[in-house]
Design a protein around this ligand. Structure first.
Ligand SMILES: Cc1ccnc(-n2c(S)nc3sc(C)c(C)c3c2=O)c1
Ligand SMILES: [Fe+3]
Length: 330
């Protein structure tokens, strides 16, 4: 039975706040871990005051966004577009042999409908409207790194929090953090695929179990975030007897995309029980990748795995009211 937020049910009283409606995501606007201006000392743009000012400006624009408004347009500079162009050219050359079929299917449509060109950085609004038509996914601008919990909760609403700044021009093929190239070349194409969209949302609806009081919720959340990393960010899949990449971190990184399909890294079958406790590093190429049979299969495996997490309640997404409903498991 549905426990709506206005019942007096005791369980509902004990559940700490989490977004119930898509518009609740506006509250994340001020919650990013760092505002994007304070760059780490090893960041390629750390000593470039012009770049830091640019990051601050894009962060300020992103802060003005509210649910229901069109996404802000960024006027990219010729230098930013040139940086994008280097990445675009390098990756487009690899996609035919390294990208999964879903990415290869949708990429020409993004070129045709969303201005994906080496001399143009597409606007989030254009891509978000295209995504909405494909799978109901939409984009939101974010100012820096959200916590895993907030970021994954967004995915439960089929909302992907996307950066709008671009990496520093001095290192076009490296970025220590997500940037607009990572979002548009890595994540957006896969969110156009219905099976991948289902897989992403299912996994993150389970994250709500991670917003409960008991300590277990944090470790549950950590397990689900790790599954996120080894699928949405670094996932490989078997297609037609070959292994291809579907993870955004691979599809947006020229070097790692090549490396991931060589025989250097270890490749294990995707299994939530093992994947969820595998350690990973973000600053270097992964020594281990997980290979999914298909997005449908991965979704089924995650559903089964989720039953083993201690969840006194489960949740359902109501697409008509764009809200989360809490169901009592009793
Ligand atoms: C779960 C979660 C929450 C917020 N952001 C992320 N997230 C995403 S989506 N892509 C990238 S690419 C990169 C180099 C980093 C560091 C990074 C990242 O941190 C993941
Ligand atoms: Fe990412």
């Amino acid at each position: 039975k549905v426990i709506s937020s206005n019942t007096t049910h005791t369980l509902a009283d004990h559940i700490p706040w989490f977004p119930r409606k898509k518009s609740d995501l506006d509250t994340f606007a001020d919650k990013v871990l760092e505002m994007g201006e304070e760059l780490d000392s090893d960041h390629p743009g750390a000593k470039d005051p012009v770049y830091r000012a640019r990051r601050a400006e894009i962060t300020r624009v992103a802060k003005t966004h509210r649910h229901g408004l069109p996404l802000p347009t960024i006027e990219y500079t010729p230098e930013e577009i040139a940086t994008w162009g280097v990445i675009f050219r390098n990756l487009v050359a690899l996609y035919p042999t390294h990208a999964c079929k879903e990415h290869q299917y949708v990429f020409p449509l993004l070129i045709q409908n969303c201005g994906y060109r080496e001399d143009n950085i597409p606007q989030l609004e254009t891509v978000s409207r295209f995504l909405k038509d494909c799978t109901g996914f939409t984009l939101r601008p974010v100012m820096g790194l959200l916590t895993s919990r907030d970021f994954l909760n967004g995915l439960a609403f089929r909302v992907f929090h996307s950066t709008q700044y671009i990496r520093h021009h001095s290192k076009p093929l490296y970025t220590p953090e997500p940037d607009v190239c990572h979002e548009l070349l890595g994540h957006a194409p896969l969110f156009c695929d219905p099976d991948f969209a289902d897989f992403s949302q299912v996994k993150n609806l389970l994250c709500y179990s991670g917003s409960r009081i008991s300590g277990a919720s944090d470790s549950d959340l950590e397990k689900l975030a790790t599954i996120y990393w080894f699928t949405v960010e670094f996932g490989l899949c078997r297609q037609g007897g070959e292994i291809k990449a579907y993870g955004a971190g691979l599809l947006s990184s020229f070097g790692e995309l090549e490396y991931s399909l060589t025989d250097k890294p270890e490749k294990l079958p995707f299994d939530p029980y093992k994947t969820s406790v595998q350690s990973y590093i973000v600053t270097e190429y992964q020594p281990i990748y997980f290979v999914a049979e298909s997005f449908k299969d991965a979704k089924q495996k995650v559903r089964e795995f989720a039953k083993t997490l201690n969840r006194p309640f489960s949740i359902r997404y109501n697409p008509y009211t764009e809200s989360i409903e809490v169901l009592d498991n009793q």
